[in-house]
Design a protein around this ligand. Sequence first.
Ligand SMILES: [Cu+2]
Length: 469
Amino acid sequence: MRKTKAIIVTFVIFLAFNQKNKIITEPLKNPVKIFSKNGLLEITLKPTEEHIQLAGKTYTAWLYNGSYMPPLLHLIPGDTLKIKLVNGLQMETNLHFHGMNISPSANGDNIFRIANPGDTLLYEMVVPVNHDAGTFWYHPHTCGNSEQQVALGLSGGVLVEGLFSKLPPEFKKQKDYLMLLKDIQSTEDLKKIVLCSAEKGVKEVYKFDSNKPRQITVNGQMNPYISIQQGETQIWRIFNVGADIYYNIHLEGHQLYQIGEDGVYYKRVKVRDSILMPPGSRIELLVQARIAGEFKLKTLALSTGSDGDNYPEATLATMVCNNASVRPLPIPSTINDQLVDYRTKKITARRTFTFTEGKGGFYINDRQFNRDSVDTKVKLGSLEEWTVINASDEMHCFHIHQINMQVIEIDGKQVEFNGYNDVVNMPPKSTIKLLLPFTEDYMLGKFVYHCHILSHEDKGMMQVIEVVR
Ligand SMILES: [Cu+2]
């Protein structure tokens, strides 16, 4: 009876809301999940060029398996992941598994392999048994045109199971939403340019324009609604799986209880009003509806600096809360007490990386990406302190493959330990200190670190690292 009443009330609020705001049309749907069976997750991904309709406008899009929101890979630590990538594009492509602590070598998370048009690439990798639970994603990592591939739609989610072992048992019954944020621009009015600083053989690519309008979607939906009852707690996991843009997440009338980011659960819950999400980042939240009403989940207006971009405020989704109240669950204060603060360990090497911009593109330590060089060689077993300096007047965001980073200092100020990141925002003219533990055998091999604003990466802001015995 109570449930029926709740449904009716939600529907009435929804109808009333629809009168005022015709954009909300449908409930938020989670992405389709593919689960592993008996320790194996096997899937074929075929990117092709298609056309999609959003708000009555047609966009050229590049889609995996014909879907703007391709399957989300649901993995359990210890699983084997096998992917057959069939290139249906007129351009080279490949795959990267962002944030995952897996091998960068052979047919693992190896971004140096390329599938030419019509080619098939096989990926096979083991998710270590001690892999972090949390949110990750996959996307192409071709050097020189990764922006275009991701911006046109090639990205999908990965979830490594294990959240509910970190929360009190009653949280298992709560609604659990995965929200993948993508943004798309019409290619009709975009110019094409040739990138010369990147990989050999790269052809013309679109020049995406931050100042041109873009359509933001959540799981491919425009401003979907999320039903909730007063007092109810839900789990929201948000992924920025776009190419270039930042989000500044805010929920009207509510605080957000952040329990993790970038595929790592926090030591302690953080209470937040707004959360900056650089490209590639993920956040995990507990949301508790306080009062009945409609509340927009927004990205707030944001400037990335005087040489950067200005992103206007936008509505991502709308939380519709009815007043059939439920008893609020106590929000836990501690989530993950297994984390190691690397400041207690001995540092074996220190390095500095300076990010700059010039006429010829984007640079790290005055160099541009060269896939045939090794810029940084690290011995397995070392714990390194890296100082990353943003000498430019716009934000960059530092990302490294295969390994988690601990942020220890921002502009000389100590950062309290609460977890790790795989994407670290670098404000204009800032200096950040990081600790990187190159301690696990799976890290052996060559991989990359770069700015995760993919237009910057494509224009040279990326280097090669090799971990050796
Ligand atoms: Cu950058």
